[in-house]
Design a binder for this molecule. Structure first.
Ligand code: SF4
Length: 373
């Protein structure tokens, strides 16, 4: 979906979202700018430093907990609909960042949402979940210090959803999510259960909990914060905090990666497919080499630049150099695509080697967490 003629953001957790102006979106939905809090974070992540996390709700509570080494939690997860791609990789890295900075960690496999939203049978999503979890472990999630679960197997989440649903009217659901199937409203209630799970007595009771997500998931956060307040007396819930990252463009330059448009690659695509997607990607380059040398490129609109910025160039100075060289016309798109392909394939090869040894571990962790319930 393209932004409408007024350039208004489209934010839909169950569909396609598109945002061209993050500041305007923040103003519209009351999201706080992340830059105002950045200096208080002692060891900011790459996404925080680079402004890719642009907004938050109540993240001050998490900063305080991190800086004072007091208790806090992180919860996020994955909808098991397919292989890890560059979008899911972002949330994964954020969860791992918070785990490494002392958060009690909850990793949710949203198989009820995959069933309701994408019609994926539980048997199939169970197989995908093993693959997704193996990716998470290869990226650095420590399963011994995380609570990992599938929504469909976690009765506390489902029980919580049941309780939380009591005061919610259809009008509220329509106002937040629009006219939807009942299954999707149910799935939103389950998500509220996920987000509030870390605050149940069994997990140590109320505590600041951060949910790092793409901004397309904000409706779930607004809904859950509202519900948390309604049940404050009963459970003592603290409204969940959140951070919002920008959405990556598709390789064709469209506002979001989409399966239908085949404008992205996964960590498990064939090497040839990945190289082709990069080689055929849209860029912010000019029509001719001569023009590009004279006028420079436009990294702000370029998916190749984004790939480097979000994932494949860790060093901030190297990233600045790419930006300046592109703007000055000293870096050409063909050359930059080749460099990026090299970086991506090196990362993927290393990741796949690690992951191959972690499939059995992923099976064991999911089985272990099933047995606990
Ligand atoms: S030189 Fe690189 S960053 Fe600049 S427009 Fe071309 S591909 Fe994009």
């Amino acid at each position: 979906m393209q932004p409408d003629s007024s350039n208004k953001a489209v934010v839909d957790p169950f569909g396609t979202s598109s945002v061209s102006d993050y500041e305007r979106l923040s103003r519209e939905f009351g999201i706080e700018p992340f830059k105002s809090i950045l200096t208080k974070v002692q060891d900011p992540s790459l996404y925080m430093r680079r402004g890719l996390i642009f907004g938050h709700r109540d993240f001050d509570n998490i900063v305080r907990a991190m800086n004072c080494h007091s208790e806090f939690a992180v919860l996020s997860g994955i909808k098991p609909t397919g292989d890890f791609h560059l979008g899911t990789l972002m949330t994964a890295k954020e969860i791992i960042y918070f785990q490494q900075h002392g958060a009690q960690t909850f990793y949710c496999i949203a198989d009820i949402e995959a069933y309701e939203d994408n019609r994926i049978p539980f048997e199939k999503s169970g197989r995908i979940a093993i693959d997704n979890l193996a990716d998470m472990l290869a990226l650095g999630l420590d399963p011994e210090k995380a609570y990992i679960y599938r929504q469909s197997r976690e009765s506390r989440v489902k029980d919580l959803a049941l309780v939380l649903g009591r005061p919610i009217t259809l009008a509220t659901m329509k106002a937040i999510y629009g006219e939807r199937r009942i299954g999707l409203y149910l799935s939103a209630l389950i998500q509220a259960g996920d987000i509030l799970l870390p605050q149940l007595r069994e997990f140590g009771g109320p505590k600041p909990t951060v949910v790092p997500v793409g901004v397309d998931q904000d409706p779930h956060l607004r809904f859950t914060r509202d519900v948390a307040q309604k049940f404050q007396k009963k459970y003592g819930f603290t409204p969940p905090c959140s951070t919002y990252h920008k959405l990556m463009k598709g390789s064709d330059g469209s506002p979001k990666m989409s399966k239908r448009q085949m404008n992205y690659f996964t960590l498990h695509d064939k090497t040839r497919t990945i190289a082709d997607r990069i080689s055929n990607a849209f860029t912010g380059g000019r029509a001719t080499v001569r023009e590009q040398r004279e006028l420079g490129g436009v990294p702000e609109v370029c998916p190749i630049y984004e790939m480097c910025l979000f994932h494949f160039v860790e060093d901030d100075e190297a990233m600045t150099e790419i930006y300046l060289n592109c703007r000055a016309g000293e870096l050409l798109c063909g050359e930059h695509k080749m460099q990026t392909t090299d970086l991506v394939l090196k990362f993927i090869e290393k990741h796949r080697c690690k992951r191959a040894n972690l499939i059995d571990k992923a099976k064991e962790v999911l089985k272990r967490d099933d047995e606990k319930k």
